[in-house]
Ligand binder design. Structure first.
Ligand code: NAD
Ligand code: WQD
Length: 333
């Protein structure tokens, strides 16, 4: 098959492209490089030993996107391209609505014009907001608490409405929990532009001396050590989840929502301890006040992913810490 991957030079997209190439699919990547760099293309090709087609196109540029579909016979789309910084989305909500929702509407319109009916969409556990119970099932309440999260809620609604109008359309909304880690080659991974906000990139920055210390946001939560619990999932496991989702959409029509997580929670303190044990590098930290909008605990129910996609994670927190740091060191050299 020929698979269009939007945002395919980004962190998660690049790992998915590698797995698709490993399965002998042809891959066309559309990315505007707003949060990635062109060097990722050759590193993907080095890992997989095959070439991809790269189109530097913004999803908000409908003419550019139409050109891509006119010139390549696409069987299925995996849609990653979006802005994802929660804090920035609060400061610049219109930028986020324009990019993430505008991009989705253009993509679906151009797919419709070209008779392409299969989509895997990168949603997020952020759609659950502050969950009432854990583990979080796909049927839990949807209540995003920031503009970024709201763009994912709206995109999920748009694909549902579109699917209701097109009986041939098949889509899976994948709700990722906390993706971390890197490909075992350490040639691709997470390379945030500017100062990161997420835990593992900050931990790695501290470990390689780019930041002085980790600030732990709150130690008075109702958890085993007072710090928040999250479901960290290795990016290569996540990529394999997309391969399973792709199989489902190629054989089915309709809409599905599936969590991709491990089903196992870890506190911030446990992440720091595991990181130090696995890498042998100390991570100085200080406890500061809570961060606005943080849930005490967010862990996936993994039953649906197992049942519908026959997918489950295989890598543990130790692999995630080792690989994330391995790539961060490589990216710095
Ligand atoms: P990323 O920023 O590394 O990758 C996104 C890619 O999309 C980048 O290469 C960027 O240049 C590109 N892009 C953005 N807007 C574009 C546009 N208008 N046109 C063309 N290209 C555009 O992010 P990621 O971590 O790989 O995340 C991928 C997807 O997964 C996003 O939709 C994100 O919201 C979602 N997600 C990420 C996480 C996470 O923690 N990383 C968690 C849940 C969901
Ligand atoms: C994890 C834990 C922090 C940084 C975010 C987005 C979500 C999704 C995944 C895209 C929390 C603590 C963090 C630091 C800390 N992205 N922490 N010090 O908040 O679960 O989810 O990324 O869809 O939408 O909100 O991940 O990595 O930011 O935080 O103590 O410097 O680490 O308080 O408990 P989060 P995170």
């Amino acid at each position: 098959m020929t698979i269009l991957v939007t945002g395919g030079l980004g962190y998660i997209g690049s790992h998915v492209v590698v797995e698709l190439l490993n399965l002998n699919h042809s891959v066309v990547v559309v990315d505007n490089l707003v949060n990635s760099d062109i060097g990722v293309k050759s590193r993907i090709e080095q890992i997989a030993g095959r070439e991809i087609v790269f189109c530097e196109v913004d999803l908000c540029d409908r003419a550019g996107l139409t050109w891509v579909f006119d010139n390549h016979k696409i069987d299925c789309v995996v849609h990653f391209a979006a802005l994802k910084a929660v804090g920035e989305s609060v400061e610049k909500p219109l930028k986020y609505y324009q990019n993430n929702i505008g991009g989705m509407i253009n993509l679906l319109s151009v797919m419709h014009d070209h008779g392409v009916n299969k989509l895997v969409f990168s949603s997020s556990a952020t759609v659950y907001g502050i969950p009432k119970t854990v583990p979080i099932k796909e049927t839990s309440d949807i209540k995003a608490i920031n503009p970024y999260g709201q763009t994912k809620v709206v995109c999920e609604q748009i694909v549902q409405d579109y699917a209701a109008s097109n009986p041939n359309f098949g889509v899976i909304n994948l709700r990722y929990f906390n993706p971390v880690g890197a490909h075992s080659s350490l040639l691709i991974g997470e390379n945030p532009k500017g100062i990161p906000n997420n835990l593992m990139p900050v931990v790695c920055n501290v470990a390689i001396g780019k930041q002085d210390k980790l600030k732990i946001f709150g130690h008075d939560y109702d958890t085993i050590d007072g710090t928040c619990v999250r479901d960290y999932v290795h990016v290569v496991d996540l990529a394999l989840g997309h391969v399973s989702a792709l199989k489902w959409v190629m054989n089915n029509s309709g809409v599905e929502f599936v969590n991709l997580g491990t089903g196992k929670g870890a506190t911030v303190m446990e992440v720091v301890q595991t990181f130090e044990q696995v890498t042998g590098v100390k991570v100085p930290f200080e406890i500061v006040g809570r961060r606005a909008g943080d849930a005490t605990e967010a862990v996936a129910s993994t039953d649906k992913a197992k049942k519908l996609l026959a997918w489950q994670s295989s890598k543990g927190l130790a692999d995630m810490c080792r690989d994330h740091l391995g790539y961060a060191k490589n990216a710095t050299n």
